[in-house]
Design a protein around this ligand. Structure first.
Ligand code: ADP
Ligand code: MG
Length: 253
């Protein structure tokens, strides 16, 4: 089976994961001219807004429906046929990227069978795309359960604080320990003041990240996010766009 390149973006809340994911997707489709698969795996999803789409239904909604149907076959189809059919409907299709929204995690009850079917189908579907960009929450455990796929790149977003950077280092260590990443781990300190404070620079070095990028505060990004607008038309030379462009060019192509 053809392997796609998987890029996961993670980090604590509000550090810019969805913003960075969106700008990566944009840089990838502009360079590769191929359709990218975006997966919003944050239960608090909003990647759709940043990509200028509207999610109507999530994998979580479908999973819940399937669980409620118990042993009955929904719509006269087998569960696996039903999931396959539903997945096609769930994907928001654009001409430059497709979006799959995971929605909320499972509640109490047994989801093992459904999750196995889902994992298999997402892996099969994923093979059709050259790149998959996954916008996550900070919980790496969910990531490992969600698909069998390895991650080629892990991008960890942090704000310009000691707590943020320590969290980023913890996420990196957990991901490496669980052998979730095969390729590079990249730290992105986002929304940072310029010049970058020296004590934070020292801390970043002490935490020994292999690859570090600093994205300054970007007024264009802030304005669009504040208004709930798509980020796809952020000017090419805006600081966030330029920096994400460098990450893509130097690591992801
Ligand atoms: N480089 C940046 N410059 C200015 N504001 C930013 C930048 N990155 C993120 N933000 C702001 O931070 C908020 C959170 O970003 P978001 O991408 O939604 O984070 P997360 O997905 O990690 O929760 C956004 O509403 C936006 O206003
Ligand atoms: Mg987000």
């Amino acid at each position: 089976m053809k392997e796609s390149i998987n890029i996961a973006v993670t980090g604590k809340g509000g550090t810019g994961k969805s913003t960075i994911s969106t700008l990566i997707i944009k840089a990838l489709y502009e360079t590769k001219k191929k359709i990218i698969l975006a997966i919003d795996a944050d239960p608090n999803y909003n990647l759709d807004v940043k990509l200028g789409l509207e999610t109507k239904r999530t994998i979580g909604d479908m999973r819940e429906e399937l669980r409620k149907s118990g042993d009955e076959n929904p719509g006269g189809m087998s569960k696996s046929q039903f999931v396959e059919y539903q997945l096609k409907i769930l994907i928001e299709e654009g001409d430059k990227f497709d979006l799959l929204t995971m929605g909320r995690q499972e509640g109490t009850g047994c989801y093992c069978y459904i999750n196995n079917v889902l994992r298999h189908l997402i892996d099969t579907l994923s093979a059709n795309y050259p790149y998959i960009v996954i916008d996550n929450d900070a919980g790496m455990e969910h990531l490992s359960r969600r698909t069998d796929q390895h991650m080629d790149f892990l991008i960890i977003a942090s704000d310009a604080t000691k707590v943020g950077l320590m969290t980023a280092a913890r996420i990196r260590d957990m991901a490496l320990e669980m052998e979730l990443v095969h390729g590079n781990v990249i730290l992105v300190v986002n929304n940072a003041p310029s010049p970058f404070p020296e004590f934070l620079d020292t801390l970043v070095k002490e935490l020994s990240f292999d690859n570090v990028y600093i994205i300054p505060y970007d007024a264009e990004v802030f304005d669009r996010n504040a208004r709930g607008l798509s980020l796809l038309d952020v000017p090419r030379d805006s600081s966030a766009n330029t920096m994400v462009g460098c990450i893509v060019k130097e690591h992801l192509l």
